[in-house]
Design a protein around this ligand. Structure first.
Ligand SMILES: Nc1ncnc2c1ncn2[C@@H]1O[C@H](COP(=O)(O)OP(=O)(O)OP(=O)(O)O)[C@@H](O)[C@H]1O
Ligand SMILES: [Mg+2]
Length: 283
């Protein structure tokens, strides 16, 4: 799929900002070298170097796994979402910069995000080099979305309940993830830890409706990929962590189900799910 394009004026404006040197860097993070910038460019044109393995992502990014200075790494190129994205980022920080900041804030609160090794720009495209997390996504481990779940039944159930507890702890610390999905959560078995991806839109909030939105994001996976009882396992873990009594747990479950239905209807009215950039069977 081709990179999304904006309108002419927006593109000119973004180019002008980039030419003027508006390319925010991140203190303490190495600037991306020319070789990696070249890999990023080839990732966008679809001419990926053999040593790099492209991964599926949203349409607004290109992601590949490879090796850099002897480390397993993931390179992520943020494609501009719209013509004015760079201008907006003047005020609130670019997607990459926000991902790094929020990742660090999460770590400070005892959660995990992939460490960022280098950051840079190629024109209006922002690029992040991250450590590859040694682990698999919950989508692959626990759901049928990308084939048979990798974990055996018992472990799968335990992991989902644990994940519910994990979300409970996240919310207790007033973190709301911007895009909480099984595919954005990796399980590092060695460290026995969940690692959150796509942290750029995370917010600090203790509003129940924001927290519920996270549970709804998670619940949006189609029923054939994650059963009703598996969903309930996540909610059971969540309720235990948040010390919800039976009545409260049932109320949250009902509300999440109703909100999920509404989101499915909105999605259908919009013409289906957002386009993705698929690479083979990678999640
Ligand atoms: N640091 C990392 N370590 C291991 N795998 C990663 C890492 N970062 C990304 N991935 C893998 O690459 C995939 C796509 O990356 P990412 O989630 O950042 O892109 P995205 O555009 O947000 O796509 P999506 O819509 O799938 O969330 C992830 O689902 C995950 O499988
Ligand atoms: Mg993601």
């Amino acid at each position: 799929m081709r990179a999304p394009r904006g309108n002419g004026v927006g593109i000119m404006l973004n180019r002008l900002l980039a030419a003027l040197g508006f390319k925010p860097g991140i203190p303490g993070i190495e600037s991306l070298d020319g070789k990696l910038r070249d890999v990023a460019r080839r990732l966008v044109t679809g001419d990926v170097p053999d040593a790099w393995q492209p991964l599926s992502s949203s349409a607004q990014a290109r992601v590949a796994r490879g090796n850099w200075h002897g480390q397993d790494v993931v390179l992520k190129v943020f494609l501009p979402r719209g013509p004015l994205e760079l201008l907006k980022s003047l005020f609130r920080g670019s997607r990459g910069v926000r991902a790094v900041r929020r990742g660090r804030d999460l770590e400070a609160d005892g959660f995990h995000a992939p460490p960022v090794l280098a950051h840079g720009w190629d024109g209006t495209r922002e690029i992040l080099l991250m450590q590859a997390v040694a682990g698999e996504s919950l989508l692959r481990l626990c759901s049928r979305r990308l084939g048979e779940p990798q974990l055996p039944l018992r472990q799968r159930r335990d992991r989902l309940r644990e994940f519910g507890r994990f979300i409970g702890r996240l919310h207790e610390k007033q973190w709301v993830h911007g895009d909480l999905r099984l595919g954005n959560t990796l399980w590092n078995a060695g460290r026995q830890a969940f690692v959150l991806l796509d942290n750029e839109s995370n917010q600090r909030s203790d509003k129940p409706e924001m927290q519920r939105a996270n549970l709804v994001q998670l619940n949006m996976i189609a029923p054939q990929y994650l059963s009703r009882s598996d969903r309930l396992r996540v909610l059971t873990g969540y309720a235990a962590e948040r010390r919800l009594d039976t009545r409260q747990r049932k109320a949250v479950t009902r509300q999440v189900a109703a909100d999920t239905l509404e989101r499915w209807q909105q999605r259908a009215a919009r013409g289906g799910p957002r386009p993705r950039h698929w690479v083979g069977s990678s999640g």
